[in-house]
Design a protein around this ligand. Structure first.
Ligand SMILES: Nc1ncnc2c1ncn2[C@@H]1O[C@H](COP(=O)(O)OP(=O)(O)OP(=O)(O)O)[C@@H](O)[C@H]1O
Ligand SMILES: [Mg+2]
Length: 382
């Protein structure tokens, strides 16, 4: 009996054993199949998923963001909780249907700022500027001296202005002065035009300003010349439209950049404007462009000097008496005097002469005055 029992038990054991091995094998197979299925399912999901769109963050407003999609349209959208902290200018991936920001693209898009601004080493000398002695002296003091001799300022313990503002009528030599001081200090001259900054590079203004100052530091000593500053820094009653917001952002960035560097950082800012009256006082506050230098329409004596400069390499007839010609140019700017000289030269060329006469100059004056009238007319009615 005992033997029989033992036998049965052995048989049961061995049957159980083979069952469990078979079960194990099946379980293993099952697992592999399940994995394959889930892998294939993921793959199918990947094929079905809509692509994310690459956009750019424009602005952050509370928990939302304004983004710019590739066709240029802008939207106010939500940000996914998974998304890391964003800043304006970041590249991001958004869901195509509801434009929710999914994540940030880690690479920062850099553009080559030198493509957008004029960077040069000008060769204008102080001798090429007529009149303006007082203004030249002041610019030498506040821009040239600190760039050439920063030690002096450290010793005495004062900080020179970070920048100056040249204001006055068109064509009176503002750009010329800025170039001359860059040349005399062997500085890199970086020229930006305020109106271009806000019109041509819509949406990029603030970023561009940042990059311009980075470039200026890299290439120091440098002079950052901001022409038509009023386009950027005009007083605003309210910041309403998106265009105004944009200008405002660019302007804020400019103020931040000016505040951000030290007076002796070897970067000087020269702003220029024909409309000092509409400037936002923030830009001319102490510590910013706090030296205001008026560049006036030249006086009689200054005009003579300017004539001398621009006729220096002209071949003049004996009839030419600069003092006399000059009497006819009351109220004209340096740029107009240069135009008169060029026009006079053209009258001689048209006449097949190689010497420029007094009458060429008088005709030149007439022509330039006429052009001035035409442009005034256009200014009022056109
Ligand atoms: N004081 C000056 N002496 C000699 N040349 C001058 C003088 N002022 C102007 N010019 C001539 O006129 C040109 C134009 O001047 P400039 O570009 O400096 O004027 P601006 O004040 O910057 O005018 P805008 O406000 O229109 O920008 C100069 O390149 C120069 O040839
Ligand atoms: Mg100019």
């Amino acid at each position: 009996m005992a033997i029989q029992e033992e036998k049965t038990k052995n048989i049961i054991d061995s049957v159980m054993y083979s069952y469990s091995t078979a079960a194990n094998i099946h379980e293993e197979e099952n697992r592999i199949l399940r994995e394959t299925v889930s892998r294939l399912r993921e793959e199918v999901e990947r094929f079905k998923a809509t692509p994310l769109m690459v956009c750019e963050v424009r602005d952050l407003i509370g928990k939302n963001a304004i983004i710019k999609i590739p066709n240029g349209n802008q939207f106010l959208v939500n940000i996914s909780n998974e998304c890391e902290k964003l800043r304006s200018g970041d590249l991001i991936l958004v869901e195509q249907k509801n434009l929710t920001i999914i994540k940030k693209v880690p690479i920062a898009r850099r553009f080559n700022v030198e493509k957008f601004v004029i960077v040069e080493k000008p060769k204008v000398s102080w001798e090429e500027i007529g009149g303006l002695n007082h203004q030249v002296r002041e610019i030498k003091e506040v821009v040239e001296l600190p760039l050439k001799n920063p030690e002096l300022f450290k010793k005495i313990g004062i900080s020179p202005p970070k920048g100056i503002l040249l204001y006055g009528e068109p064509g009176t030599g503002k750009t010329l002065l800025a170039k001359a001081v860059a040349a005399s200090t062997n500085s890199t001259f970086i020229e930006v035009v305020g109106s271009e900054l806000v019109q041509k590079f819509i949406g990029e203004g603030a970023k561009l300003v940042k990059e311009i100052f980075e470039l200026a530091r890299r290439k120091s000593p440098s002079v950052v010349f901001i022409d038509e500053l009023d386009a950027l820094a005009a007083k605003r009653m309210e910041v309403g439209t998106s265009g105004e917001r944009e200008v405002n952002r660019t302007f804020m960035q400019l103020l931040a950049e000016i505040d951000g560097f030290k007076p002796l950082d070897n970067v000087k800012i020269i702003g220029a404007t024909n409309r000092k009256d509409i400037l936002d006082p923030a830009i001319i506050r102490p510590g910013r462009l706090d030296r205001l230098i008026e560049i006036p329409i030249p006086t009689k004596e200054a005009r003579i000097e300017i004539f001398k400069i621009h006729t220096k390499s002209m071949s003049l007839d004996k009839s030419v008496d600069i003092a006399h010609i000059n009497g006819e140019t009351e109220g004209l700017s340096g740029a107009e005097i240069r135009a008169i000289c060029t026009e006079a030269g053209y009258f001689a060329i048209r006449d097949n002469r190689t010497q420029v006469t007094k009458s060429d100059f008088l005709k030149g004056i007439e022509r330039v005055r006429q052009e001035e009238k035409d442009s005034d007319y256009k200014g009022i009615f056109g």
